[in-house]
Ligand binder design. Structure first.
Ligand code: NAD
Length: 351
């Protein structure tokens, strides 16, 4: 059977990937998540009919989706002892994993990135173990989610804001700058491991650098759903972290998932590719959009003691557009409306 591994499967990107794989393929899916941030599948897997298969939780009636709850590193340690740990322990019959989507990470939004950087640094250990396992067990393909946070922060200030090109991270010419906190360092290191894994071990791997991914089911520790929730509640004055003039490149999760498959089908050398819209939008503009949906015009109240990250971060999508002729399908207005509607529905349900 064809079985894919999704780590961090109960997080924002992982949930969306699991749903996409389940709905559009007949593949089996092995989900791993320690639920430190992730949400148990019973809350979001629409065809949830749980059963037990030799100690593994199975989610669906076709018995295609398995959930292993725990720290990914523990599973990887088990693989060190016995590469056929899953087959032997759970009596699952497969040769090796086909696609590996590695979304397990400590992320947590700006508060955690700035507030607990050493915890975020644990991503280094998660990624190191994952790559160590991958080059010894050689899954068919590996997707490594890096981040736009891997780009040098000195290219993202008020004075120097540049559309970020893939070539601004270049291990071959050693052109790399200081990335965003330990989060960016871990992603940069992950990309380096991916390059080495491809070159020295022949692993088929591609890295993505998503910009500000957002979607209807994202946690409220992220700015887009948090702002949508405030607009749905018609908050006035409307609180924004920082001045609100800081700007990002927003990209809907459905577009991210679409492009992941384009990349996995075409790139195997460990290189990193932008996933963004190529447009810079400030948080004030997002608030403007949400308050328009809500039909009111609030006063803005900046909270300058809150972490706000770099001033401007956006993608140069020229390389992606010219190589793959790929464009995001979901406009900012449509995507943001979906998020606003989801928050409004939640608010109405709780009344
Ligand atoms: N969402 C975005 O816009 C975005 C942008 C750039 C990069 N990324 C990258 O994509 C990946 C997924 O991001 P996300 O937004 O889904 O984050 P998330 O926090 O929603 O999901 C991460 C998941 O990993 C799980 N996890 C953490 N440590 C684990 C461990 N040791 N073992 C098992 N599970 C563990 C968490 O419980 C959570 O469910 C991350 O690597 C992130 O850096 C995301």
């Amino acid at each position: 059977m064809k079985i894919n591994l999704v780590t961090g499967a109960c997080g924002f990107v992982g949930r969306n990937m699991v749903k996409r794989l389940y709905n559009t393929t007949t593949d089996h899916i092995f989900m791993v998540d320690d639920l430190s941030i992730g949400i148990h599948p019973k809350e979001w897997f629409t065809n949830y009919h749980p059963s037990n298969y030799n100690g593994l939780e199975v989610l669906d009636p076709d018995k295609r989706v398995y959930f292993w709850k725990g720290d990914l590193r523990e599973l990887l340690f088990n693989f060190r002892e016995n590469p056929r740990y899953i087959q032997d322990t759970y009596k699952l019959d497969f040769d090796k994993f086909s696609d590996v989507f590695h979304f397990a990470a400590i992320v947590g939004g700006r508060m955690k990135i700035d507030g607990d950087p050493i915890q975020v640094g644990l991503d280094l250990s998660i990624d190191a173990e994952l790559f160590y396992w991958a080059v010894r067990n050689m899954p068919d393909r590996l997707l490594y989610p890096s981040s736009s946070a891997a780009y040098p922060v000195d290219l993202q200030t008020e004075d120097t804001a540049l559309a970020l090109k893939e070539e601004y991270i270049d291990f071959d010419s050693l052109r790399i700058g200081v990335p965003d906190m330990t989060y960016g360092w871990s992603k940069l290191t992950g990309e380096f491991l991916a390059k080495i894994a491809a070159k020295h071990y022949g692993l088929k791997v591609v890295c993505i650098r998503p910009f500000s991914g957002y979607g209807e089911d994202q946690d409220l520790s992220y700015p887009v759903p948090a702002l949508a929730a405030r607009a749905a509640a018609k908050e006035d004055p409307f609180v924004v972290w920082g001045t609100g003039k800081q700007a990002r490149d927003f990209i809907h999760i459905d577009d991210i998932i679409d492009f992941i498959f384009v990349l996995m089908d075409n790139v195997q050398d460990g290189s990193g590719w932008n996933i963004g819209s190529g447009k810079l939008t400030s948080f004030l503009e997002i608030i403007d959009l949400f308050s328009k949906f809500a039909g009111y015009k609030p006063t803005i109240k900046p909270l300058t003691d809150k972490p706000m990250g770099v001033h401007s971060r956006y993608a140069d999508m020229t390389k992606v557009f010219s190589t793959f002729d790929w464009r995001p399908k979901i406009s900012l207005e449509e995507g943001m409306y979906r998020v606003y509607k989801a928050q409004l529905d939640k608010l109405n349900q709780n009344k």
